[in-house]
Every structure is written in C-alpha cells, then in structure tokens.
Design a protein around this ligand. Structure first.
Ligand code: SF4
Length: 689
C-alpha cells in the first residue's frame, strides 16, 4: 500500500488523446520526496538542454506534494511545473485553494501533459473517469467565469477547476492559472498551458488517502494546533516587523489594514521611488472603510485555519478572492492612493488571469515609455474595437486601459503581455533600460534601497524560484535596534536549525549613518549569510516538496512548520523511517538536482545577480566574495556548479556524468568512499548535521 501519496500519475498525451494511469516508483519518494522534488526529476529525465518552452516535448506537470490532501495544516499547494517561457529555466509557480487535494482524492499525485492538443480542450477527471472535452465554447471566457461554466456544464458544483483566462489563451508570459482560492502566477507557466491548448482542468475525487500512522499524525497535528492557537492569541510584537507578519499564515493583508511598512519602504511607479511619509491617519481611516466595505468574508485554503484570503465584492465588479500583496501592487505601479482602484483593477486582472506581481510593473513600464516618447501616442490610439487611452494624468484610467489591451491581446497589449524584458527587446529604442527590475528575466520585488544587504543579495541572486518573497521568511528582514529585544526574540526561537543562528542574530546591528560594527553590508559575513540563506532555502524546499503553504512554514517568522518538525509529519504520513537529518539530505538532493537542471539549460554564475539598481551602494568585490562563499558552502565550485563530490554524496552521480559530458563540470575521477566521508564530516562540522 502507498501512504500519503497515491502512487499514480496521470499521463495525458494531448496530441493523440492517449490517457494512461502510470504507477510510480515508490523509491522516488525516498530519494526526492514528492512535489517539486519529483517534478524536477521528471523534467530532468524528459527534456534536454535544448528543449524550448513551447516545444511539444516540454511537459506541463500539475502536481500535488507529499502531504497534500492529508489533514496536515495548509497541505494544499498545486504546483505547476514546466520550462519557463520567460526565463528558459525551471518554473514551478504554486497556488493554494483546494485543487491539489481534490486531485489526490481522485487518485493521482500528478497530471503530466505531453505534446499539444490540436484544438482547445478541458480535462475532466472524476476518480477513474478521465476525459478530454472540447473547450471551443469556453474560448474568450475569463479565468473565474470558465471555472463556473465548467462546474455548471458538468453539473458538479463540488468539482475543483484550474483554468486560464484570456491572457493564458494568448500565451501571455504574465498569465496565471486560476484555481478557486489560489493562483499559480509566476514565470509564464500559464502560457505553456495555453500553448498546449488546455483551457482548464476540472477534478472531483472521493477516494481516501492512506496515512501510515494515523494516531501519531494526529498527535503531531494537535501539537501544531496548540502552537497556532497560541500564536493567534499572542501575536509577535510589531516593533520591528510588519503588522501583517505578526501572526502565522500568509501575511494577513486582508484582515489588517495597516500597511505603513510596505507603503513607505517599497518603490512606487515603475519601481522608482519611495514615499517615506505616505502612511498617515487619514490614509488608514480611508483604507479601513474601503477595505472592509469590499470584503464580504475571510476565507481559507484547504486544511488551514488562518483565513488570510478574502472574498471581495466591490461595487458593481464581479466578485473574486484576493490575498496578500495584490492589495498594494497596482496602487504602487499606478502611483494612486485611492484603494477603490485596487479592488476594481484586481477584479479585471483575475478575470483576464494575469499575475498581480509582474503585471503592475509591466503597466508602469509602459507608462514611462509613453512619457518618454519611446512608445508613441499612436500606440495609445483607439480603434473600432476599443477607445483611445486616457491622458497620462488619468493614472487609473491608463492602467485599466493598458490591462484591457493585455487581457484581450489588442494593440500594444500584445507586446506588453510578454513581460518587461521581452517587451523591451521588441520595442527597442532604449526601452531595455526601463526593464530594470529583473532577475533572470523575471520581475522582482519593487524595492530600491540604499545599502547592500548581503542576505538579500544572495537570495535575489541565487534562488531558483526567481521570486524573493518565496525564498525569504524565517529570518527577520531587519536587525533589531535594542539588544534586549534581540534577547527576547531568540528566547523561544525553536525554529533555528542550530543554536549558532541565535548568536548571529544577537550580534546583528541595524544600519546606522554613524557606522559601526556588525551591520550591512559586511555583516552578516559571507559565511554567516550563506548559512542563513541556506536555511531559508531549505525551509521553502520542504514546503514545495510537501505541498504546504509557505505561509505556515518557509515564509513566516516563527512558523508552525520548521526544520525540526517536518520529518515528524513525513514519517507518520508516509511510513518513511527518517529523522530530521535524513530528511534534510533528501531536500538538499532535490535542491542540487534543481540547480543542475538550470545549469544544464545554460544558467551561469553571471545570471546569479539581483537587479542592478536594487541598492544604491554596491560593493563589487564583496558581492563576488558573497557568491563564491555561498557556492562553496553549498558544495559547489566557484562557477556555482555542484561538484562531483557533492553530487555523489547525494547519490546524484548521474547528474555529475551529464554535467561533465556537457562540459559544465570539469571531468574528475569519482571520489573514493574516504573522500565522501571527509566531505560529510566537513559538512557536519560546518552545518551541524
Ligand atoms: S496561510 Fe493563507 S494562503 Fe496559506 S494555506 Fe492558509 S489560508 Fe491559504
């Protein structure tokens, strides 16, 4: 019997219509867990260095995680994994809600789509019944509308549906896959879904998921429940951290109105300038009225008590679900203060199915190009199909007009739909300089600061997700000014992988104009910064393999899940006899395979860099040292390639062979057992396990 996973993948060849239920190798869970880990392995095996994102051979994988669908808190992520048409590297955006648990209840760990459908289709999965259905009549429908229409058509009100809107149909690289209470947004994965002509996937499942040791699992859940209840009743102090981060769960941006930190620390317009005095009592009063007027009720994803999402029904616009940073991103981009605008534009954006993180940056980029004459007024003229763009002073009107062009694939919208990098290259005439907030081709957080921060330098530069909010988390964003507050913080910091992290934190001083010891950019030192970033990466890799929301784990300060308890849930759910350290080794195996996948596709050290203008004060030598130290800390060479020794230790000798064949890794003799043991001893000494 298989536990926690179903042991079955659904393989759908869209060209032939062939559908197969394929039993998976149980050993894979022991080597790579599931979720992201096994997705990367499938991509590694089935694609080559030259496979292009829109080649039929590029699979589109809709995946659950190992714990998805179990009663574990927030075990609900749907992982959409493919080669990104935006970066040409691995993409794995994830959405919350209920889709992935339902897929597991139907009896599948993953759906793997290969090739392309000749016509538009949607997939209907009802336990063992799997059908490819015509979707011609759904073309042109929005991502939310399509979900409702499919449920009606199937007469299955409880079906979970993941759908693309018109942006995905048009292969926009900023399109999303929308799924009820979640959306998989980043890196253009929805464009691959559109390219394969899959409008939607509907699923209804009524089977069981087996737990290996139910009583032990429930006991771990009880402990976690007590922790969550305690934290909900006793939030962290907001003296140094954002109010929306003082609880567990994803940022409580729907419940809490106060946004002083985001609105004053983030950059407005096309990620250009800060408004340090933005937050006032008047703004707070106005936003409270509007926000609470728009929210119908708070809602959660599957198996989560945190209700960080909200059902929004604002004025006459169609309702939708919102959470987190989307509350602010369009306001920042358009440089407007009226929160009515947020709820209005989000309603449109969700229907078109576009990413609330990248899209506002794309729109702000277009506004700048218009202002500076790089896009001529002709691009903003009307046609028989649509009106002319409002004048620049009507900032809201311009944003709504531009969004309509992208969502409908009209005029300049067809170019902007490719994201700022590809759009700037098509436009030319110096537009490239305006696409300034990118890492590896993906739009980044809209932050522009003064002094280089070594932790964020590494996170921006090296994380494979290309999205810092999905890699940072357990470590506070800034140092605490008062030493006593640091002492207080570390007292119940059970989440650190090792006691040494507490000392790192105690020693860390905030930036000061007067200068001083142990502050950015030279502290955390390259070695300490590598240690901290490695921990944060690791936490996110657990979440992504297990199918957990990072709001309860990797992205949260003092979270419910942490490196000392993931293994307990895994053991009780799957029957894998692993302790904390054995599970960490599996996670590192998956991380290294992921890195190797991207290196095989041509990524190099030169790509590991944050946006050039992220900080005003840069330190090229220190930055090189940070990168090299981080690489070596991970067991990678100075080019950022995992060494054969590291790969052999992780049982990834086949990866080393291929990297050597491709000339990415210099050929060396396989290490002896003694050499591997020596490295393991070094690792234990350095990392504490
Ligand atoms: S913390 Fe929020 S986003 Fe995460 S699973 Fe819970 S309700 Fe969903």
């Amino acid at each position: 019997m298989r536990y926690s996973e179903t042991g079955v993948n659904l393989e759908i060849d869209l060209e032939t219509g062939n559908i197969e239920r394929v039993r998976t190798d149980p050993e894979l869970m022991h080597t790579l867990l599931g979720g992201l880990g096994t997705c990367v392995k499938i991509l590694w095996d089935r694609t080559g260095p030259d496979t292009k994102p829109f080649d039929p051979e590029n699979p589109l994988i809709i995946s659950t995680g190992t714990l998805t669908g179990t009663p574990a808190f927030s075990s609900n992520r749907t992982i959409v994994c493919t080669i990104s048409p935006k970066t040409n590297l691995l993409a794995y955006p994830m959405g919350g809600g209920f889709f992935a648990p339902e897929l597991k209840y139907a009896g599948y760990d993953k759906i793997i789509f290969s090739n392309k459908s000749p016509g538009w289709v949607y997939i209907w999965i009802h336990n063992d019944h799997v059908e490819i259905r015509d979707a011609g009549h759904l073309l042109g429908t929005g991502a939310i509308e399509a979900q409702d229409l499919i449920r009606e058509e199937l007469n299955e009100p409880n079906a979970q549906v993941a759908a693309i809107g018109t942006a995905g149909e048009l292969k926009s690289l900023i399109a999303t896959v929308e799924m009820g209470r979640g959306s998989a947004s980043r890196l253009g994965a929805a464009a691959v879904m559109g390219d394969k002509k899959i409008k939607a996937i509907a699923v209804r499942g009524t089977k069981d998921i087996n737990l290996y040791d139910g009583p032990a699992f429930v006991e771990h859940l009880r402990e976690m429940r007590a922790f969550v209840e305690h934290r909900n009743a006793n939030r962290l102090s907001n003296k140094y951290i954002m109010t929306i981060h003082t609880g567990v769960g994803s940022p409580q941006a729907m419940e809490i109105v106060e946004e002083k930190w985001h609105t004053t620390a983030f950059a407005w317009g096309n990620a250009r300038y800060r408004r340090k005095d933005f937050w006032t009592d008047e703004i707070e009063e106005a936003w409270t009225k509007i926000q609470y007027g728009a929210i119908q009720r708070f809602i959660s994803c599957y198996a989560c008590p945190q209700q960080c999402g909200a059902l929004i029904w604002h004025e006459d616009d169609p309702p939708y679900m919102a959470k987190c940073f989307s509350k602010l991103s369009y306001l920042f981009g358009a440089e407007v203060e009226d929160q009515h605008f947020t709820w209005k534009i989000l309603s449109k954006a969700f229907r078109y199915g576009v990413d609330s993180f990248s899209t506002p940056q794309v729109l702000a980029f277009a506004v700048e190009l218009r202002r500076d004459g790089i896009l001529s007024e002709e691009e903003f003229a009307g046609t028989d199909a649509y009106p002319p763009c409002p004048p620049p002073e009507d900032k809201e009107g311009v944003f709504l007009w531009l969004l309509d062009r992208i969502g409908r694939g009209e005029g300049i919208g067809r170019v902007l739909a490719l994201g700022t990098k590809a759009a700037s290259e098509m436009i030319g005439k110096g537009a490239e300089a305006y696409a300034h907030n990118l890492t590896k081709g993906e739009e980044q957080m809209i932050i522009k600061l003064g002094m280089l921060d070594p932790l964020y330098f590494l996170m921006f530069g090296t994380n494979e997700k290309q999205s810092v909010p999905q890699i940072e988390g357990n470590w506070p964003q800034d140092a605490f000014k008062e030493y006593e507050d640091r002492v207080e913080w570390v007292k119940d910091w059970i989440h650190v992988p090792h006691e040494r992290f507490k000392q790192y934190f105690l020693d860390w001083n905030p930036k000061s104009r007067e200068g001083g010891e142990n502050m950015n950019p030279h502290y955390p030192t390259p070695k300490i910064a590598s240690d901290i970033v490695d921990w944060m990466e690791e936490a996110h890799n657990y979440d992504d393999s297990l199918g957990l929301c990072c709001g309860m784990g990797g992205f949260c300060l003092k979270p419910a899940y942490h490196v000392h308890n993931y293994y307990k849930f895994v053991s009780a759910a799957t029957g894998m006899d692993v302790d904390e350290f054995q599970l960490r080794k599996i996670i590192h195996r998956s991380r290294n395979l992921h890195r190797a996948f991207n290196l095989r596709r041509g990524m190099t050290r030169a790509d590991d860099k944050p946006p050039a203008d992220h900080w005003r004060h840069r330190f090229p030598e220190l930055e090189e040292e940070l990168l090299t130290t981080y690489y070596n800390f991970k067991g990678w060479n100075d080019d950022g390639v995992p060494t054969r020794l590291r790969l052999e230790e992780l049982d990834l000798g086949y990866v080393a062979d291929e990297l050597e064949q491709l000339g990415i890794l210099k050929k060396v003799n396989p290490p002896t057992r003694e050499e591997i043991k020596k490295w393991e001893d070094h690792r234990t000494e350095t990392w504490g396990y």
